[in-house]
Design a protein around this ligand. Structure first.
Ligand code: TYD
Length: 134
């Protein structure tokens, strides 16, 4: 997968409560190496604001809602995540920011790489140059 996209997840409806899941390769295009989550975000705060040179991610709003804004070097696209039965796949080399967190929102993020500070691009101008190949 080369483009960001919403991936629908299985939803096992049950009177006792619903259940969803994802696994590689059926729902996810990569094998998971790392899982982290973002929570207790104060109103109005923004997370992210960087791109990754190599790592891919998949983000699910397990609780509450937030927006993921992606920039491909030319255009920006906003994805609103607010259900736990779908998530957003983000390929490498997309500038992302997470914003508009609702109270008690919980963002689950899985990645195909271990944490590596050198994989981050934290300057938007550097990102655009790398992305546009100049
Ligand atoms: P960062 O990725 O910059 O946060 P954001 O979600 O806003 O983009 O990470 C914040 C801090 O947490 C940074 O000091 C690195 C550390 N961190 C880890 O140690 N391991 C991880 O897996 C992640 C995602 C972050």
């Amino acid at each position: 997968m080369e483009k960001p996209q919403i991936i629908q997840l299985p939803k096992i409806l049950d009177k006792r409560g619903n259940l969803s899941f994802f696994e590689y390769p059926r729902q996810l295009p990569f094998e998971i190496m790392r899982t982290y989550w973002i929570y207790d975000v104060p109103g109005g705060e923004t997370r992210g604001s960087h791109a990754f040179k190599a790592q891919q991610e998949f983000i699910v709003a397990l609780s509450g809602s937030f927006d993921v804004v992606l920039h491909d070097g030319e255009n920006e696209e906003r994805f609103s995540l607010n259900r736990s039965y779908y998530g957003l796949y983000i390929p490498k080399m997309y500038w992302r920011r997470l914003e508009n967190f609702s109270t008690n929102s919980l963002a689950l993020i899985v990645s195909d790489k271990l944490y590596d500070a050198t994989d981050y691009i934290r300057d938007f101008e550097d990102f655009k140059k790398l992305k546009n190949g100049s």
